[in-house]
Structure formats: C-alpha cells, structure tokens
Design a protein around this ligand. Structure first.
Ligand SMILES: [Zn+2]
Length: 72
C-alpha cells in the first residue's frame, strides 16, 4: 500500500490530475477529487458509486471547476 500511495503522489507531482489506487477496498484513493479544491466529488467503494456530487454540467459544485467526462 505504501508503494502505491507513493506512486500516486509522484503522479500528482508530475501533473496528473486524476490518479486512483485500485484493489484496496475502502482506500481514499478510490474516490474522485476535484483537482482544484481537492474535495471529494465521487465517493466510490470498489466499482460501486456511493455518492456523486458532479452536476449534470460536469462541474465541481464547490468551485465550478470543469471535470472531464460524461455526466448526464
Ligand atoms: Zn472543486
């Protein structure tokens, strides 16, 4: 787990905005975070989506950052 977390931090420091860790059930890196305000936008557990705060306009509800994807 430590190695995966370190790799995730390296990816962020190199400019990637969405980096996940899989196969670690319940880990915070399963979630999708806003790259600007860092708040959770989609809370996941494995393949299940527990909460989705991204609006149909594809934006973070906190600061209106556009999140790439199809949201409607
Ligand atoms: Zn945001």
């Amino acid at each position: 787990m430590e190695t995966l977390e370190k790799a995730r931090q390296i990816a962020f420091s190199e400019g990637l905005r969405y980096v996940y860790i899989g196969n670690l059930s319940g880990h915070e890196a399963e979630n999708i975070y806003c790259p600007k305000c860092k708040k959770v936008l989609i809370r996941r557990h494995g393949y299940a989506i527990l909460e989705n705060l991204i609006g149909k306009d594809g934006r973070c509800p906190h600061d209106r950052t556009k999140i790439p994807g199809i949201w409607n």
